[in-house]
Design a protein around this ligand. Sequence first.
Ligand SMILES: Cc1cc2nc3c(=O)[nH]c(=O)nc-3n(C[C@H](O)[C@H](O)[C@H](O)COP(=O)(O)OP(=O)(O)OC[C@H]3O[C@@H](n4cnc5c(N)ncnc54)[C@H](O)[C@@H]3O)c2cc1C
Length: 492
Amino acid sequence: MNEHTHVLVVGGGPAGSTAATLLAREGFQVILLERDQHPREHIGESLLPSILNVLDLIGAREKAEAHGFVKKWGGYLEWGEDTFEINFGDPAEPDQGYGFQVIRSEFDHLLIQHAETQGVDVRQNVRAAEVLFTDGRATSVRWTDTRDATRTGEISFDYLIDASGRAGLMATKYLGGRRYNEGFRNIAAYSYWTGTKQPKSGPPGAIQVAAVTDGWLWAIPLHDGTLSVGVVAHKQSFQARRDGGRTIEQVYADALAESPLVSDLIEHGTRVRPIQVEQDFSYICEESAGPGYFIAGDAASFLDPLLSTGVHLATFSATLASAGVSSILRGELAEQEVAEYYRGAYQTAYIRFLVLVSSLYLNYRGKKSLFWEAHEMSREDVGDGEVIKAFWNVVSGLEDLGDADSGASALVFSEMRRLIDVYFAKDSGRDDAWLATLPEDERRQVLDEVKPLVAPNEYALSEETALNGFYVRTTPHLALVRVGEQAAAVER
Ligand SMILES: Cc1cc2nc3c(=O)[nH]c(=O)nc-3n(C[C@H](O)[C@H](O)[C@H](O)COP(=O)(O)OP(=O)(O)OC[C@H]3O[C@@H](n4cnc5c(N)ncnc54)[C@H](O)[C@@H]3O)c2cc1C
């Protein structure tokens, strides 16, 4: 069976459902292929407050609120000798400033069902098996029914959004793979507990994070009364323990026992699921957009889960990609311009979180807490006068990063060095006071480049929060708009 659609989305996780819904709501024909059948299990339960923006954008806020997920008002970290309490918002103002702790099978199911109600042609148990190219341009996908391999077909499209998660259809098969970040070659082992104490540290619904000798632990309260408890450790140390004859269960139990915070929570609890393991989860794919395609979410890049950024990056990139596709299909922007922008914006969004995660890892063992400052900055929407100070705080936290010349750390450093060379060479006298003396357009140029690296929680939904000079506008239609320009207000 051969057919055609405006947009083919591969993958029905948060990235795929978000992109598909946004485009279908604009009146484009969208087919979404998901190889599994929802509800399907997935790791990644702790969502940042930016999820509220996403849910509002796709019109699913009410459904998510009604579902009863735990509201996450922040986090609590026991990190070396430091403890941090992170407050996203004020529970007395109940409409904003929180994320959710979600059971992902339920959350992802809700999103894909919502996509269907918004006009997306959702096909589950269908695997995108192969992408076909015409003169270097992605033009169609061959699919296979995962329950009946004799059922196959081909769908041609104007645009492909690859949101296939870590399976990474485009990256692993056609773009020469991914660049792994050696410093973050971690392993996670996790399970679920009942009969535990409810976390009391930090704001209501807070994720609990505790550093242990070789890594860190998470404890996340879920709305079915279970507690998700996981350990993240470097692959080598994890392996060394396994080589010493320890089972996964023992390594997991040893790690939990190291933290008084987590031990106390699970003291009278029972582990109710087998331990699951995930590994090698920090990478970036160089080509996140090209002729006929955009890659969103984990399919493009994945960062260590320390700051719970996965679903944010997935839905954020899906929003940028779908706004870009919308603008191209309406003839407002050229494909090459959008693809170039998308690659750069994705890298910036990824790097700025990488910088924060790196800072946090570096500052383990009680050094001055850059993480806390960085977080404060992001929450307070960095005032212009504070930007350069903030930038230097982040840079100085990276100075002694061990593997600075390899993997994604090198990416951070090269970006930092570029910015330093361009704007902030040592003894150049360029500080906040200097910034204030610049003409408005020059000042904006500096801020556009530097600010995204230090203010990671913004969502590029307005001129003020633009990322790399563009932002997403939703009325009168979804569009990617260059700062200072109004997109043509044409209806399709
Ligand atoms: C240990 C660990 C802890 C984490 N903790 C958090 C956290 O607390 N908070 C957070 O925000 N993130 C967390 N994450 C990250 C989070 O899981 C991901 O970033 C997020 O799920 C990405 O969403 P996605 O839509 O890009 O991909 P996915 O959610 O993986 O969805 C991809 C979908 O594509 C489908 N698919 C794959 N290949 C094909 C194909 N060929 N054809 C059709 N369908 C296909 C898959 O079945 C899947 O449903 C964590 C990750 C790990 C490893």
